[in-house]
Design a protein around this ligand. Sequence first.
Ligand code: RP5
Length: 159
Amino acid sequence: MTVDVGLIMGSQSDWPTMREAAAILDELGIGYEARIVSAHRTPDRLWDYGKTAAGRGLKVIIAGAGGAAHLPGMMASKTRVPVIGVPIQTRALSGVDSLYSILQMPRGYPVATMAIGGAANAGLMAAQMLAVSDAALAERVDAWRQALSDSIPQEPRDE
Ligand code: RP5
């Protein structure tokens, strides 16, 4: 399967969140690679990843990081491949630190920032972007959305 999506995160500790994006990509039959790339602990890895991303054929990058969450923004600085940012929920500041770190990019280097912990939506956003030029995937995305819609009951029930 072609690897279309780079699923990167700052730490192993981000994986419980980021695997929600992986689950969506799996469900929709999208090829991806999952990698730990830390802006602070492995800056050379970040540099290499960004430098080679477009040439290797990646079409979207999903980047999750927490706290001083510089990975998505730095990756967006290094490659024209669109970056979807996932702010990881943190203990000290509940992820508001991650959100602000990812969201406030300067003009010229955008990151499409999801909600705090919004990895599943990041997977769906990547799928929808890829579906623009992939009719078969577009059908799978439409079916996924319809199934979710169909699963919502009309009336609430006692649980
Ligand atoms: C960030 O620091 C990572 O993205 C992670 O969310 C956070 C904490 O990392 P660990 O100390 O758990 O490795 O770089």
